[in-house]
Write a protein that binds this ligand. Structure first.
Ligand code: FES
Ligand SMILES: [Fe+2]
Length: 338
């Protein structure tokens, strides 16, 4: 197994219009993304076969991508179908490197491996466009690795210091969690969660009852945080962390919620709050990356970091060409304080 086997988001479906070409980087590979005549997404290596200009700087006309330099035109299969300097006749069977694409839940995905050793499918986004639910979608770039981003998104101990007041306050309240690693997934189930939810506690959990809170990691790059505070108080924060280069990760975040009659009205507030929280995380992860770039990555773990140890074991297995679903199943009970 390798990271290239999986499907990675490269665009929101709505971003990719009939006239758009997008430049993307996934696992170091440069891509030019556009739609063919049938409206299907196409991903070509972002390099013209002629004199190697970048196709992503070109233009799309009637489902064909035209290079910005001498105007060679490529169709959705990557074939060169017109060479202007030769009377628009194709010259030989030139074909650009083309990657598999698909579209699901309003996202365009690319898979880099041409012969995937494993059967991978795009992650189904929880309750996307389901009745009674609404999704706010946000895209942000982090200067850090996918592993460190994913760990941050399911890390409670940082919330009181990185998001003071807004999300949590340092109260040194005991929390209990059960962390399980199984089949390429990590699941953390929390207990004793009640009121320490920051500014919006009065709205999120007016009765102050126990909160059902589960954090999940799905190999290789998806995290999903689930809060259930009773009927019409449910929320999923699902993030797909896309590896661009070693120090750069593009993160697509869906905040999908069901707040009953407030669901639609709450959208602007949910967007504003989520983006503000994410900006705080971007700053925190930039600091971490600076120190790692200078001194290397050497983590000191405590029991509260069990979730990270499991996530790292899964991503390290893939990096080593192994199948993390073969790792032994493990379940650990941990007490920690927030
Ligand atoms: S470099 Fe693309 S057409 Fe010449
Ligand atoms: Fe955070």
């Amino acid at each position: 197994m390798k990271f290239e086997n999986f499907w990675y988001v490269v665009a929101l479906s709505e971003q990719l219009t009939a006239k758009t070409v997008l430049a993307r980087t996934v696992l170091g590979e440069w891509l030019a993304i556009f739609r063919d005549e049938q409206g299907q997404p196409v991903a070509l290596r972002d390099r013209c076969l002629h004199r190697n200009s970048r196709l992503s700087a070109g233009t799309v006309k009637a489902g064909q991508l035209q290079c910005p330099y001498h105007g060679w035109r490529y169709d959705g299969s990557g074939a060169v179908v017109a060479v202007p300097a030769e009377g628009n006749c194709p010259q030989g069977a030139h074909k650009a490197l083309r990657y598999a694409t698909c579209e699901q839940d309003g996202y365009v995905y690319v898979q880099l491996a041409s012969d995937p050793a494993v059967e991978a499918v795009p992650f189904p986004m929880p309750h996307y466009q389901a009745a009674g639910w609404s999704t706010v979608r946000i895209v942000n770039r982090f200067q850090n690795t996918v592993t460190n981003c994913a760990e941050n998104f399911i890390d409670i101990p940082h919330t009181a210091s990185v998001h003071p007041g807004m999300f949590r306050r340092a109260k040194q309240q005991p929390l209990a969690m059960t962390v399980t690693r199984q089949a390429g997934r990590v699941t953390a189930t929390y207990r004793n969660e009640t009121t320490n939810l920051g500014w919006f506690r009065w709205f999120l959990n007016p009765q102050g009852g126990e909160i059902y809170h589960v954090d999940r990691f799905f190999m290789p790059n998806v995290t999903s945080v689930e809060y259930d505070m009773g009927r019409s108080r449910r929320c999923f924060i699902t993030s797909q962390s896309i590896p661009e280069t070693e120090g750069s990760t593009l993160v697509y975040t869906d905040v999908t919620f069901n707040y009953g009659i407030w669901t639609h009205l709450a959208r602007p507030l949910v967007r504003w709050t989520s983006q503000r929280l994410i900006h705080q995380d971007i700053a925190a992860l930039a600091l971490q990356q600076q120190a790692i770039a200078k001194y290397g990555q050497h983590f000191a773990h405590t029991p509260a970091d069990t979730i990270h140890v499991f996530v790292e074991s899964i991503r390290e297995a893939i990096a080593a060409g192994k199948d993390p679903r073969q790792l032994p199943e493990k379940s650990v009970d941990v007490n920690f304080w927030v």
